[in-house]
Design a protein around this ligand. Structure first.
Ligand code: AMP
Ligand code: MG
Length: 329
């Protein structure tokens, strides 16, 4: 396989055909979904899966999400599907909800990091759907970025981070949602939310009853919930609700990630990124990772981020910011 990191327009039918062939032959294709760009491979080909881990330098204890285009594909991946799972699929698929299901033996252990469950999602993005259909295999795809860094929300982000480690990049423009899928599990005794995303805890509860937020950092159960993840190279501090501007060391060169247009003047930030001038959480989530990357690229000493209200989509935004702010250990 030729490693080119080549970006091709996803809108062309030939691009999807070519990308599907790369996947079928064991290669890696980065593709857009409604959440972030994924780095896809044939989930049933252990060598291809191993290449995804290698390309991302992802530790093998961190399982991948498997993407499907129709529910028929579940048969080959999971051996039981509970009523709650069915209800959630009916309500939220295709869309940004990942479900943990009891895994079938034929799914390579590397995909699930040896866990007895498999994470499955049906993306709604037409390019993702077209690619999976055409490849005719389930597509394992983590976010298309080096492990631990901010997820990619456009094709150029993928090229910047992975370059020639990916065979092909399908450019479908910027991602609409901008944060990774919500991950829920109906496997245990109570419905659990393992990772907040665009489908909110409140929305899931409406379908399956009370949902508990899984405690942080159960390394064995969901390594993608590591304390530090989605992180910029520049250290980031989250401001308190009251803090318009922190006390900054005199020589410090800092950037601000603002939720809305800053109300105060006379600030000392070298650069400010506003996530949503009108304070719309959907817009804020959509812009979050691109804004973090732009701030990170400027080589500041520190980044500051304003917090947002933790309800609805705000829970996912604050989850990503907290993990970005976690110090390196
Ligand atoms: P991503 O890096 O966005 O593709 O997300 C993958 C994340 O999904 C992992 O880091 C885990 O948090 C979660 N995940 C995937 N498979 C499983 C599984 N079998 N059990 C628990 N969590 C999983
Ligand atoms: Mg990721």
């Amino acid at each position: 396989m030729i490693r080119t990191g080549r970006i091709i327009p996803a809108a062309r039918k030939e691009s999807i055909m070519l990308a599907a062939e790369v996947i079928r032959k064991g290669g890696l294709v980065a593709f857009p979904t409604e959440t972030v760009y994924g780095l896809g491979c044939n989930a049933l080909n252990p060598e291809a899966v191993a290449r995804v881990f290698e390309a991302k330098q992802r530790p093998s204890f961190d399982p991948l999400i498997v993407h499907i285009a129709d529910e028929a594909a579940l048969d080959g991946l999971a051996h039981t599907i509970s009523l709650n799972d069915r209800l959630l699929m009916e309500r939220f698929w295709p869309g940004p909800l990942t479900l943990l299901l009891p895994k079938r033996a034929q799914v390579p252990d590397l995909v699930t990091a040896g866990l007895p469950t498999i994470a499955v999602r049906m993306p709604s993005h037409p390019v993702a759907q077209g690619l999976i259909r055409e490849a005719a295999v389930p597509v394992a795809a983590p976010s298309a970025n080096p492990f631990g860094y901010v997820s990619p929300t456009c094709a150029q982000h993928v090229a910047d981070g992975l370059g020639e480690r990916v065979d092909l990049i399908l450019d479908g423009g910027p991602c609409q949602l901008g944060v990774e899928s919500s991950i829920a599990s109906m496997v245990g005794s109570r419905p659990e939310l393992l990772r907040p995303g665009s489908i909110t805890l409140e929305e899931i509860s409406k379908v399956v009853g009370p949902v508990v937020r899984a405690p942080k950092n159960l390394t064995m159960v969901a390594p993608g919930r590591l304390a530090r993840h989605y992180a910029t190279h520049t250290p980031l501090t989250i401001l308190t609700e009251q803090e318009a501007q922190p006390i900054m060391p005199l020589a410090e060169r800092a950037g601000l990630l603002a939720m809305t247009e800053p109300r105060h003047s006379g600030h000392r930030y070298c650069s400010i990124e506003v996530l949503s001038p009108s304070g719309d959480l959907r817009e804020a989530a959509q812009h979050l990772f691109a804004a973090l990357r732009r701030l990170d690229a400027q080589g500041f000493d520190r980044l500051y981020a304003e917090p947002c209200d933790e309800r609805g989509l705000g829970m996912a935004i604050m989850d990503r910011l907290r993990r970005c702010a976690e110090p390196l250990t």
